[in-house]
Design a protein around this ligand. Structure first.
Ligand SMILES: [Zn+2]
Length: 135
């Protein structure tokens, strides 16, 4: 019985042929408000999943929310209360600006430096997108 349950679960979690390998699931930030702080639980993981540095995402989030934050054990602890909807929206904007190719909208991009200027290079279509600086 237990074994059968396990098999079922295994079967369900197997990706359908040709689907999962093609598709790249964009991560979502998992956050909640605790007292006067907001915790993004999967901060480091999400940055890694989209191949951007924690530092870069950190800069973006703190600038957009105009608050201070610290990274602890892969979590981002922000001063202030920011509801999950806002954090998700913020991350969606980040992805649009810094992760998804502006031409083909695929996430197969990397940030490279060209003549001292940072550009986002798409490995899917070859487009070079200018990268906005986060101050
Ligand atoms: Zn592209």
């Amino acid at each position: 019985m237990e074994y059968e349950k396990m098999l079922n679960r295994l079967y369900i979690s197997l990706p359908k042929k040709g689907e999962a390998s093609e598709r790249f699931e964009l991560p979502k930030l998992d956050s909640n408000v605790q007292g006067k702080k907001t915790i993004i639980k999967n901060f480091s993981q999400a940055a890694k999943a989209v191949k951007r540095s924690e530092k870069h995402l950190y800069k973006y989030v703190t600038k957009e929310t105009a608050t201070a934050a610290t990274i602890e054990d892969g979590k981002l602890i922000m001063n202030g209360r920011f509801y999950p909807e806002l954090i998700s929206k913020l991350f969606t904007n980040y992805l649009k600006e810094f992760v998804l190719c502006h031409e083909c909208k695929k996430p197969d991009t990397e940030i490279v430096e060209q003549n001292g200027v940072k550009v986002m290079k798409c490995t899917a279509c070859g487009a070079l997108n200018p990268v906005k600086r986060i101050r």
